[in-house]
Design a protein around this ligand. Structure first.
Ligand code: SAM
Length: 222
């Protein structure tokens, strides 16, 4: 019997013990496990229901490259990862495979050169989902959003929108987007916040949550 999507996702996740494994576990996603699983199940359903067979995903800020395998191996999607760092040379506690941390495009996400390289790689192909997870300041995210959100045909995802302990700068941007959307007359986009909380102790006192903000570009007014 073939495996379900959730089983396949769990095969790439670290094993659950009594609490969720730490962020530094080699196969642990940078998201909390529930948040990441819900995100993958959601986008799988979204693209399948719309007959989009091989969506193109662009991730800004790939870190240790933990997302790539989920898209390529499990969902069969196409993927382009962009990062200012050329990758991590050694296997560390944070990654089992340093090759995964090599971005397809090395460059500052806000540099016009990087965008040019992306457009060349895409060669006219539309991007279905843009995942923004690069520099985590309000201004950097605002600029990444301005540059890359228009490229996304279907979904814009933003990570770390509900940081509790760090009083998220990215969260402020996310809230502003939702407030502005609520003010607009045409409800042409849907906003979903997938909140994820780590059960590990971030500063040895509190657990912390990051969360993924999803924007579905759909014209509901038609
Ligand atoms: C939180 S990590 C990304 C985690 C990754 N998205 C994941 O889900 O596993 C942030 C990454 O953004 C990259 N970054 C920071 N500033 C950047 C910039 N201006 N342009 C491109 N990448 C940047 C960092 O090098 C780092 O790898």
């Amino acid at each position: 019997m073939s495996k379900t999507l959730v089983e396949k996702i769990n095969d790439l996740m670290p094993p659950w013990k009594q609490t969720e494994p730490t962020l530094w576990y080699p196969t642990m996603p940078a998201q909390s496990m529930g948040e990441w699983q819900a995100y993958l199940e959601f986008i799988d359903a979204y693209f399948r229901n719309r007959g989009i067979k091989k969506p193109m995903i662009v991730e800004i800020g790939i870190g240790y490259g933990k997302q790539r395998r989920f898209y390529e191996e499990i969902l069969g999607y196409d993927y382009i990862g962009i990062d200012v760092r050329a990758g991590r040379s050694k296997s560390t506690v944070r990654t089992s495979d340093p090759a995964l941390s090599r971005p397809d495009i090395i460059g500052n996400s806000r540099s016009p050169e990087t965008l040019k390289k992306l457009m060349k790689k895409l060669d006219g192909r539309p991007v279905n989902l843009v995942y923004l997870d690069g520099e985590h300041t309000y201004e950097a995210l605002r600029q990444d959003f301005r540059i890359y959100a228009p490229l996304a045909k279907n979904i814009i995802a933003i990570h770390d929108v509900t940081l509790k302990v760090l009083q998220s700068k990215t969260g402020r941007f996310w809230k502003e987007l939702m407030v502005n959307a609520a003010k607009r007359k045409a409800q042409d986009r849907t906003y979903i916040t997938l909140t994820g909380y780590y059960t590990i102790k971030y500063d040895h006192k509190h657990s912390f949550g990051q969360g993924t903000g999803l924007i579905l570009k759909e014209d509901m007014s038609r």
